[in-house]
Design a protein around this ligand. Structure first.
Ligand code: DGP
Length: 110
């Protein structure tokens, strides 16, 4: 999608600090990190949010999250968040999983 920020990052039109990529997913550092490790794990194909995630991508996205956690050195403790819709705080409408780690997490989240 031409007007999608993350599609443009995936296409290489907008720079991002990429930390991982495979056939289905790419991952890059969040521009406004909320933890020492804050990576966005994103499907290459455009999906608006988790509400539209097809079965064929569900497993690959989780595998990519596991791989990024290992690569970032937080496999022992990390949090995964995805926001669906403005009410939940979604601001970029291309599915992304926030992978957060490197500090102790509070619960419940805000
Ligand atoms: P959400 O609010 O859940 O839709 O998260 C969107 C995240 O995307 C937010 O944490 C900030 C991040 N973000 C927004 N614009 C950019 C950008 O241009 N580059 C990168 N790396 N991250 C961005």
């Amino acid at each position: 999608m031409d007007d999608c920020l993350f599609c443009r990052i995936i296409a290489g039109e907008i720079p991002a600090a990429k930390v991982y990529e495979d056939e289905h997913a790419i991952a890059f550092r969040d521009i406004d990190p909320k933890a020492p490790v804050h990576v966005l794990v994103v499907p290459r194909s455009h999906v608006d949010s988790i509400a539209d995630l097809p079965d064929t991508l569900a497993g690959p996205m989780l595998r990519a999250i596991q791989a990024v956690a290992a690569r970032e050195g937080v496999a022992e403790g990390f949090r995964v968040v995805t926001n669906h819709g403005p009410e939940a705080g979604q601001s970029v409408f291309h599915l992304h999983f926030h992978l957060l780690g490197g500090r102790r997490m509070a619960w419940p989240p805000g």
